[in-house]
Design a protein around this ligand. Sequence first.
Ligand code: NIG
Ligand code: FE
Length: 418
Amino acid sequence: MLLILPLIVMTKQVYINIKELVQVRPPSLTPLTGIEFQTVPSISNSFLVIEDNTVIDFGNMDSFDSALYHAHDLIDMSGRFVLPAFCDSHTHAVFARPRETEFVDKIKGLSYQEIAAKGGGILNSARHVQALSEDELFEISLPRVQALIAGGTGALEIKSGYGLTLSDELKMLRVINRIKAHLDIPIKTTFLAAHALPEEYKSNKQGFMQAVVHQWIPNVISEGLADYIDLFCETGYFDAVDIELIAQAIQGSHLKLKVHVNQFTAIGGIEEAVKNNALSVDHLEVLDVKDIVALKAGKTIATLLPACSFYLNIPFSPARDLINEGIPIALASDFNPGSSPTSNLFFVWSLACIKMKLTPEEAYNSLTINAAFAMGVEATHGSIFKGYKGKLIVTNPAPSLAFFPYAFATNHINNLIN
Ligand code: NIG
Ligand code: FE
């Protein structure tokens, strides 16, 4: 009698002759600094076995046993690199519409601050977000996030901050959570509580901060809508006292602090953020000695956003000063309609090398392992190891890792695995 067994279909892909399998190391326990930060461990002429979207084996082709696999599962990768996808730990990817008209104002000579003063900037984005329903904002934002995943991003943080009223901030956070439920990469949600003063609080920052502390934050916490909280610490926006107020308001909750700080001026925000155990401080285009001393003594990651410097024509963060002091750095896109209208992390890789003098390896570590730490996904993303379930980038043929940041504004992606 014929016995019919249930058929379990395991999907297996066996990639062979990979020119280089990049960033092969177990999940790191700490962000990379020093010697570890300088190198990207890789296996040349390698194979990689994926089963049910999980890396189950890899190694040098010399140790590849073809007898173990069906010929039709083998995929030849001659000349191509395979890299773990980037982690983007700082984006504002949910917004209503781009601001290319301000781009033209900028070309004509207006500064970021002048554009903001004439009703552009964050308040402009807020008006458009406020005019949309939750469904509309979701429908507009989802394809934007799908496109950045196709560009090589495998883990993502998204901030609110263009709502500027409690209900519109909650709307943004719900949209981010819906995007997260829709997609197969980890997405972290940040409540950007104090981004700019809403019109009705124009000359009443204290009143606004009272609302944030006593109403907005408790609401976000009780609805469980965010992983992180953020604010814009900058002259004319918010300051170190506001960092302290927010840090106090989240005590006892699961929210962790991130801060936009030192983009244009150094006003003591980094010291305050480090004191309050911020996971990351982001921007850091302008740094004074006190900031470096504070970062050196703490555990906060310095997240640098060179695409913002490029677009706004402002200084690039003095990354080498941070690296020389052993401070862990991450790189992110800051994708947003006002100061960084790109989510392309290959471009950020190029800018970090060309403008901030990071080596290709240092910059890649900053875009993967260290960025994973800056968004709390370090146990699962940022490097290739047995059990890795994240996305992998298959590149077009290239001579070496340095080719990717060198050939800037070039499409390097052949396809994605997973
Ligand atoms: O990270 N610096 C503050 N926030 C954003 C820009 C926001 C905007 O202009 O829309 C940033 O650069
Ligand atoms: Fe930002």
